[in-house]
Design a protein around this ligand. Structure first.
Ligand SMILES: [Zn+2]
Length: 241
């Protein structure tokens, strides 16, 4: 039993507030053909995101002598991120959904590595998403203490820079929430990385942590922490849109 009488007015107020917000939202947005009515509640609804899990197949990416390969971490976080973004109403396209390299998709270079990168850029440009995210793990053998996330954007894209800043901050929070102290960084402007130069929509390369740092390596292979990273990126995307 207990005293429930006081709770009903609060509930009604909440319902009323919800209806008012929804109505206001509708009035503001009804002239827009591109934004759905409930944009206020689900900013990712109707957005298209390409997720590019770096490396794959013959190309393991960064590795450690304990057997861990970057390509597996990239794909694992990509699949978790896809699921979170789809629950938020986004349409998600993966450049690869399994352990494969993409060099077979074109014949535009003698270099297998270059063909792989060309394929990724071409998928992004064909899908023409609102944004793309390329997932990677960093490595710095000469400095095993270096750790934490680093996000790269193309120097000439202010939208990519804004996206990079939001993702960088949320990823650092994910590390803090796992009890880790990582150095605060600004995202890095770049004008040489192939994908940043050749993919046309706004987008970023996300180095989620360092393979060469023991703490990062332990976290990056942990499914719970991978979920934290995926949720952090999804939160940044909600802020971006
Ligand atoms: Zn990589």
């Amino acid at each position: 039993m207990g005293n429930n009488r006081g709770k009903f007015p609060d509930f009604k107020v909440l319902i009323l507030l919800f209806l008012l917000l929804a109505a206001g939202n509708f009035l503001i947005l009804r002239s827009s053909k591109t934004l759905p009515i409930f944009w206020f509640f689900t900013p990712l609804s109707g957005r298209t995101v390409v997720i590019d899990p770096g490396h794959g197949g013959i190309d393991g990416g960064a590795y450690h002598s304990d057997g861990i390969l970057e390509k597996h971490i990239n794909l694992s976080v990509a699949l978790k991120l896809k699921s979170v973004l789809e629950k938020n109403g986004a349409k998600v396209v993966l450049t690869r959904a399994k352990d494969e390299s993409l060099d077979y998709m074109n014949n535009k270079s003698k270099s297998r590595h270059r063909r792989d990168l060309i394929a990724r850029a071409e998928i992004i440009n064909e899908v023409n998403p609102d944004i793309y995210l390329s997932l990677h793990v960093n490595a710095e053998k000469s400095s095993p203490a270096t750790r934490g996330p680093m996000v790269f954007y193309h120097t000439s894209s202010p939208e990519s820079r804004r996206l990079a800043e939001l993702i960088q901050a949320r990823l650092e929070e994910a590390y803090y929430s796992a009890g880790q102290s990582v150095r605060k960084r600004n995202p890095l402007a770049n004008s040489t990385l192939f994908l940043l130069c050749n993919a046309r929509p706004p987008g970023v390369i996300i180095e989620m942590g360092f393979m060469t740092n023991a703490d990062d390596r332990r976290l990056l292979r942990n499914p719970d922490f991978q979920n934290k990273l995926a949720n952090a990126i999804a939160l940044a995307l909600r802020e971006y849109f």
